[in-house]
Design a protein around this ligand. Structure first.
Ligand code: 5AD
Ligand code: SF4
Length: 554
């Protein structure tokens, strides 16, 4: 019997990439490949790459350099780049880095097994047989039906193995609802690397959620670059077998404040409908989340479904990017700061306890101190629970790269980045502090890596914990990271992937500290059936907390 070929797969970048890697893993595993965590032991090394900032690309290219050294020393290993960097840089990568054997863009991943097979079998294969990129010739159809969209098969072929993976890996899953992006923000490569918006059919999405939950999944995160743009027009995109197929998305004009308005009275499934369907039709799903939201085109219909469905997490990741109207216009974001705030106010009116996170870019071309101050003001006004803050990185091929010189000096970008991190840290601490004394439901992800998280800006948070006791880490429904001490007599495995009640004792900018309220029993025993619509809810027996632990902020 020939030895199974081994693959090392490393993933960079966003949740979309993590999901792509999971699907690639399933697809290649089904074909007989095995996976190794050791790159030096693998027959095939794959990097699933990110292109959103230059730094992310450089990280991968330094890995590529190392594999090049190994190959020059005579090692036989196939090196493949998949994902956004492969798509963005394309063929020139092969001449710059001859050690790369194959390239596969994120829209072509269904062709990856064929590319690997070619590269393994043949010493010298034509470039045409080891490259799959969308390039300019998008595989997407220009009609509503994205019938050429074989990529759907990759999502549909997902493995549903309740015994596959462990802990959180098995209990928390991503489900794609939309691929690509139609927004074309001037700084962003995503519309070029992932192509136009394509929406999957509601039935395929609901079925995937159901099968994941049947396989033991507790929490599902729906993925799309702009999830609230999800809308599916029924009857408009039918495949050869008479079934509905993925379809390309409408423009922004299809959306109003109360939700999308269907053209010519056609039946549509909106994002709000989709959330409601999953909540109703998958009653054993304990937590339903979604990322990323786009502040415009987010109707009250979605907020109302979130309000009415208790298992939909009241959490919104809704990047503002800037607080200056001038910069937002240059970014082509499609909303003003006032409109962004209007959305936040609507969300808080309907969902007073909603937890809001965002992304911000500092040092966008022409950004002045005054623009920057407006962003800082936005931060204070919204009271985000956290923000991912990025220094502008010019990306070839984007409008900003072509038209706007990168004129904010590196040192100024660094300073603004640090200033915003410090401000956000103060705000996050206050937001977290509101939870002290409450009991929160925590989805346990695993053993806290350090037990001592590092705050942005390098501030060390020392959590005085009982010596030798393991710290567990998880997230609340509002996505607040929560750390608690593993009770004596419990193993980490007995809690991983479960939702447990934790009494919050202390708060820091990045994390809540607390103690487990109860001797938590296996998940099935925690559930109690409640009337239709509410699905399963945990019973929360209460126990006394030990004496409060101390938090040092150096
Ligand atoms: N430079 C810096 N940050 C960027 N992002 C996207 N493109 C760039 C860029 N060229 C950030 C945005 C986005 C997040 C995923 O990455 O804030 O929301
Ligand atoms: Fe990029 Fe803008 Fe699309 Fe987000 S909405 S993926 S920032 S183009």
């Amino acid at each position: 019997m020939p030895r199974a070929r081994t693959i090392f797969l490393e993933t960079f970048g966003c949740q979309m990439n993590q999901l792509d890697s999971e699907l690639v893993r399933g697809q290649l595993g089904a074909l007989g490949y095995s996976f190794t965590p050791d790159a030096s032991a693998a027959d095939v090394v794959l990097f699933n790459t990110c292109s959103v900032r230059e730094q992310a690309e450089n990280k991968v290219l330094s890995r590529v350099g190392r594999i090049g050294q190994r190959k020059r020393q005579g090692e036989r290993v196939v090196l493949g780049l998949i994902g956004c960097l492969a798509e963005r840089q394309g063929m020139p990568l092969l001449s710059r880095y001859p050690q790369i054997d194959l390239l596969c863009g994120p829209g072509e991943l269904d062709r990856l097994p064929m590319l690997i097979d070619n590269a393994l079998k043949t010493e010298t294969v034509d470039a045409a047989d080891r490259v799959a990129l969308a390039g300019n010739r998008s595989r997407r159809s220009t009609t509503l039906a994205a019938v050429d969209d074989n990529l759907e098969l990759l999502d549909l072929s997902r493995a549903f193995d309740p015994d596959g993976g462990s802990g959180r890996a098995r209990r928390s899953a991503y489900v794609r609802i939309t691929r690509g992006c139609n927004k074309f923000c001037t700084y962003c490569v995503v519309p070029f690397t992932r192509g136009a918006e394509v929406h999957r059919t509601p039935d395929a999405i609901v079925q995937e959620c159901r099968r994941l939950v049947d396989g033991g999944v507790v929490e599902i995160t729906l993925l799309g670059q702009t999830v609230n743009h999800y809308v599916y027009t029924h009857g408009a995109a039918i495949g050869v077998n008479g079934q509905e197929v993925p379809q390309v998305g409408p423009g922004g004009s299809a959306f109003t404040r109360s939700g999308p308005h269907p053209a010519n009275g056609q039946r549509v499934t909106t994002f709000a409908d989709l959330l409601g369907r999953i909540h109703e039709e998958v009653p054993s799903l304990r937590r339903l989340r979604f990322v990323t939201c786009y502040a415009r085109d987010f109707g009250d219909d979605i907020l109302r479904v979130m309000r009415d469905c208790p298992r939909i997490c009241r959490y919104l990741h809704v990047p503002a990017q800037s607080g200056s109207d001038r910069i937002l216009r240059l970014m082509n974001r499609g909303y003003s700061c006032g409109e962004y705030l209007d959305f936040i106010d609507r969300a808080r009116d309907l969902l007073p306890d909603v937890s809001i996170a965002g992304d911000l870019i500092v040092g966008f071309p022409t950004e002045t101190e005054q623009d920057f101050e407006q962003t800082a003001h936005l931060l204070r006004r919204v009271r985000f629970k956290n923000n991912f803050i990025f220094k502008y990185s010019p990306r070839p091929g984007t409008t900003a790269w072509d038209r706007l010189p990168d004129d904010v000096p590196t040192e100024v970008k660094r300073q603004r980045n640090n200033d915003l991190l410090a401000l956000q840290s103060t705000i996050s601490t206050a937001v977290h502090a509101e939870q002290v004394g409450r009991t929160v439901e925590v989805f346990v992800e695993g053993v806290s890596r350090k037990g001592v998280p590092t705050a942005p800006g390098g501030v060390e948070l020392a959590w005085e914990r009982p010596r030798g006791r393991i710290q567990m880490s998880g997230r609340t429904a509002g996505d607040l990271i929560t750390v608690f001490t593993l009770p004596q007599g419990r193993t980490p495995e007995s809690l991983e992937g479960q939702i447990v009640p934790v009494r919050v004792i202390e708060a820091a900018s990045l994390v809540l500290f607390g103690c487990l309220e109860a001797s938590t029993r296996p998940l099935a025993e925690q559930m109690t059936v409640v009337p239709k619509g509410d699905g399963l809810r945990p019973r929360l027996p209460s126990l006394k907390c030990p004496k409060p632990l101390t938090l040092h902020l150096d």
